[in-house]
Design a protein around this ligand. Structure first.
Ligand code: BGC
Length: 743
């Protein structure tokens, strides 16, 4: 080694050790955190300890409640939610840091789900990109904006697998698949937290809702769930495991009951799995008043017992209800709660506060807040991600992309110029005035001589058709009609379950009326869940699923409609033909009588085909791809071996475009019935016209195993099938064997 290189290496080592000792990354786990926690804990009174377990809600506009300052002064409030803005959080923090006895900083939490001020597409849309790196980037922008606004903790990512689109919160997650869900979970945790959630542009993340909240019976929010442990472990746990492995600092318990035990009192999920099996050392926060709600669940008769069962099961922080604080001392006296349990809860919360650097950097730089919001690069990214999240559902005779030089365009529909819908249900601190609507996006895209007319036609929710005629007239006078239909922001999200997946109100009739004019009619969906749009699929020549695309939705929609962006997204969730098919998901178990057209006594419906309207993984492009030449590097592997699977992907169409190559496996004979296919790999790639590339996947034990009857994760020897394709329904297939004893 040359002398100056050696010198540089030594310098680097010294510098990095200095760096780590002053600003440790949480993966570096500074040893002195535990000492600082213990030292602090030993000085705390019981009231102060219980105070750290309490989180209370600020005003919905982001302000704090003045009465909370007194609690903070006395050391009786450890965290708030919804309080935001650098100045306000500093004002609250100053009370904690200068007027309370032990000077324990307040932890400010907020729902930064898909953006703080710059709003990105809803998480379900981002999952449609099949590009987790994008979700990491949007979460990083959200973290940077939130941190500069005094928020140090986001209640995200939401990792609930949702197989039932009636459930409104399907909008907040990555869809129906555990493998895709886990990939997005990791990406979002990394985006929010980085390597060090104490950094000035990061926030602490919270994996929610633990667990099975998305399995609410009937798709009715908050409803109970009844699931085997196998299903929990294989379908509902994986995104959470991925988040814990990625270092997520906190977890939120869910509202629902699981197999008779509410998640907020569930020692199996909270203690056995999370703490003991997964070694999670952060803390669990309850959901909003869910500790007190244990009474309604019928698990306990009063708040006192609610506090005991929740805290004993492993919920460390109580959101909004105040049972821990009100009854902690009495429960301790009665031996229903031990000091060790309380100490452990406080220890976990303090540990995170130390790791977050809250004690060392309790305040936010107020000067930086304004310039950190809606930065031009953040807006550009929001547009890029919205474009990459769109899914082209139908495009007969190359209706799309549209020519920018059309003489006239009719922009129609209740969601064509709605500023709120694209922001989705949770919109952080997003503002409607920063939304680009589809109408604005289209106007900005076409040259001045192209006439762009607009007619709303009808509302999403009410029954009036008074606006139809104006819309019909406009369509008649135009070269093309683009109709924007779907759901308003409050028809999805929390407490927004629907019993039908049809377009609400008179929107379908509006589409029919415009289609009847004979003008080419493009339908753009603005929605937060799968919709059953059979008539439109059978009749409209082109359909674009734009979801709720965030602040830049309108620009991204225009980019896509006019071909500056070639859509490459794929559905992360199955679209049923009608709500009666629900629950419907691609990774179902076969029955003893798989569906056959000619055989009545097979598993199907009398009145609707058993297949979905659009399958999981489906999406078109303005170009065409072929996936051929599936190769395996070995015909057989050992149970703990690895298999390389590859295919050739070629762009055989006229434009540059993206394909998402998807790999599925099936274990056709096992000691438990296994799904007909399970996603175990995917890659989104961009190919030039005529370009061909070999795409490779590696399968191992993780991908081939399952939880058996004794709850062991096993890979069973025998034949396996591997399928690769452009959707879950369009695949080519090969076989390989897993040998009991090999190599
Ligand atoms: C939701 C959570 C959210 C919390 C705080 C609850 O109603 O279920 O997802 O984080 O409120 O806003």
């Amino acid at each position: 080694m040359k002398r100056h290189t050696r010198f540089a290496v030594i310098l680097l080592l010294v510098l990095s050790s200095l760096l780590f000792s002053t600003s440790p990354s949480h993966s570096q786990r500074p040893t002195n955190v535990e000492q600082r926690v213990d030292a602090l804990l030993s000085q705390m009174t019981l009231a102060e300890k219980l105070g750290q377990l309490q989180q209370l809600d600020g005003e919905s506009d982001g302000n704090f409640r003045p009465e909370h300052l007194e609690l903070i002064r006395k050391g009786l409030l450890g965290s708030t939610l919804n309080v935001r803005g650098a100045q306000r959080t500093n004002q609250v923090q100053r009370v904690a840091m200068t007027e309370s006895r032990l000077k324990i900083p307040v932890l400010f939490g907020f729902d930064v789900i898909h953006g703080y001020r710059t709003i990105f597409p809803i998480p379900l849309a981002e999952a449609s990109s099949w590009d987790p790196a994008l979700a990491e980037r949007s979460a990083a922008v959200a973290a940077q904006e939130a941190n500069n606004a005094g928020v140090r903790w986001t209640f995200a990512p939401m990792l609930d697998i949702a197989r039932d689109p009636r459930w409104g919160r399907i909008t907040e997650g990555a869809g129906e698949d555990p493998f895709l869900g886990a990939a997005f979970a990791r990406a979002r945790v990394r985006g929010f937290q980085g390597d060090d959630y104490g950094a000035t542009d990061k926030v602490l993340a919270c994996a929610k809702h633990w667990v099975a909240y998305g399995a609410a019976e009937g798709g009715r929010d908050y409803n109970t769930t009844d699931l085997s442990e196998n299903t929990l472990r294989e379908i509902y746990f994986p995104p959470f495991k991925a988040a814990v492995d990625a270092g997520v600092g906190t977890v939120m318990s869910s509202f629902n009951a699981i197999n008779g035990v509410p998640a907020t009192a569930n020692a199996f999920t909270l203690t056995k799995v999370l703490r003991d099996e997964w070694k999670f050392d952060g803390f669990v926060v309850s959901d909003y008043t869910s500790v007190k709600e244990l009474i309604n669940h019928g698990l306990v008769a009063n708040e006192e017992d609610a506090a005991a069962v929740a805290l004993n099961a492993g919920v460390e922080m109580e959101m909004v209800s105040r049972s821990y604080n009100a009854f902690g001392p009495k429960l301790l006296q009665q031996n229903k709660l031990s000091m060790a349990t309380i100490d452990e809860a406080v220890r976990r919360i303090l540990r995170i506060k130390f790791r977050l650097g809250l004690f060392d950097r309790p305040y936010t730089d107020e000067a930086r807040e304004p310039s950190s919001l809606l930065r031009p690069d953040s807006i550009r990214l929001a547009r890029e991600i919205a474009g990459r999240s769109m899914v082209l559902l139908k495009n007969d005779r190359d209706t799309l992309p549209l020519n920018k030089n059309l003489g006239s365009i009719a922009v129609i529909g209740p969601l064509a110029d709605d500023r709120r819908a694209p922001l989705g249900w949770w919109a952080g601190d997003g503002k409607e005035e920063n939304t680009i609507t589809p109408l604005a996006g289209i106007k900005a895209k076409v040259p001045a001589q192209t006439k762009v007319g607009y007619a709303k036609g009808c509302d999403v929710k009410d029954d009036s058709t008074a606006g139809f005629q104006e819309a019909i007239n406009l369509a008649r006078q135009s070269d093309v009609a683009i109709v924007f239909v779907g759901e308003t922001h409050d028809m999805v999200g929390e407490a927004a379950s629907r019993s039908t997946l049809d377009l609400p109100g008179r929107q379908l009739e509006l589409v029919q009326a415009i289609h009847a004019t004979g003008k080419p009619t493009v339908v753009v969906l603005v929605n937060g869940r799968p919709l059953s749009i059979g008539w439109i699929v059978n009749n409209a020549p082109a359909i674009l699923e734009s979801w709720m695309g965030g602040s830049q939705a309108g620009n991204a929609i225009a980019d896509t409609l006019f071909g500056d962006v070639n859509p490459g997204g794929k559905l992360p969730v199955t679209f049923p033909r009608n709500v009666g098919q629900v629950p419907m998901y691609y990774n179902y178990m076969n029955t003893g009588r798989p569906p056959e057209v000619e055989n009545r006594y097979t598993s199907k419906y009398l009145d609707v085909p058993w297949t979905p309207l659009f399958p999981f993984g489906y999406g078109l492009s303005y170009t065409k791809f072929t996936i051929t030449n599936l190769q395996l590097n070995a015909p057989r592997i050992a149970a703990n071996g690895k298999l390389t699977v590859s295919v050739e992907v070629e762009n055989v169409g006229p434009r540059v475009g993206d394909e998402v190559v998807q790999l599925y496996v099936r274990d056709p004979v096992a000691t438990m019935t296994r799904p007909v296919k399970e996603l175990k790999g995917f890659q989104r790639l961009t190919l030039q016209p005529g370009e061909k590339r070999r795409v490779e996947f590696v399968l191992d034990r993780e991908h081939l195993g399952f939880w058996d009857r004794e709850m062991r994760f096993v890979v069973e020897p025998g034949e396996f099938r591997v399928m690769v394709g452009s959707s879950s329904a369009e695949v080519i297939e090969a076989k390989f064997e897993v040998a009991l004893h090999e190599k």
